[in-house]
Design a protein around this ligand. Sequence first.
Ligand code: HEM
Length: 249
Amino acid sequence: MAKNYPTVSEDYKKAVDKAKKKLRGFIAEKNCAPLILRLAWHSAGTFDKKTRTGGPFGTIRHPEELAHGANSGLDIAVRLLEPIKEQFPIISYADFYQLAGVVAVEVTGGPEVPFHPGREDKPNSPPEGRLPDATKGSDHLRDVFGTMGLSDQDIVALSGGHTLGRAHKERSGFEGPWTSNPLIFDNSYFTELLSGEKEGLLQLVSDKTLLTDPIFRPLVEKYAADEDAFFADYAEAHLKLSELGFADA
Ligand code: HEM
């Protein structure tokens, strides 16, 4: 859906361009793209389209929201980004975290996701419990992503974000990467999913449910066979995710 993008000043646009460059170097150097993508996703994924609460409005840095069970470990991402954020006081945290998420995908070889600035920092964190539970199946995923206003295709494409990174026992209780190259954004999440469980690689219930659901599975097959199709749908879904709560035009 077309969006009514907020207007920002020329100075703001310049700061965003510069911050993007700094983030590219920083994320590549620290190899922290997976954690930064998870930060951007968890800050946006709390959006509730009915009440228009939650969403990518910078609240994830509040201790109360970082303490939500699903956000375990994201205090590290907030801390990592702070020295760069400090160089750009004009940019909202809301914009900064979404910009960092877009850069994390780009620097690991993923698609370029367009970025539009203008999110404002909101004072109130959403209630706990809006992010997905890794032990649940398709109904739950549709419930959670539907609350955000995202589609079945968005669910499958965005799940491909697990092409990056790994689970940490001390954070989520799960352990291990989804692919053998967790710092490269490619379609291997889908090829691994289709090839079955493998020693050392992780498949959560919420990943495996993509194989058994009659609407999700053909998309998994499509993305495994055609990386360009995955990149195109991923970019569209990530853009939607990052712009939840922007007024529709
Ligand atoms: C579909 C529902 C989802 C569930 C149930 C889920 C669950 C999880 C869990 C349990 C972890 C492990 C956290 C840890 O122990 O460090 C994780 C990590 C991760 N998730 Fe998801 N996730 C989902 C969707 C997404 C989406 C939509 C994205 C981004 C587009 C994403 C990106 C990531 C990344 C990049 C990591 C790795 C973080 C790291 O390496 O530190 N996830 N996810």
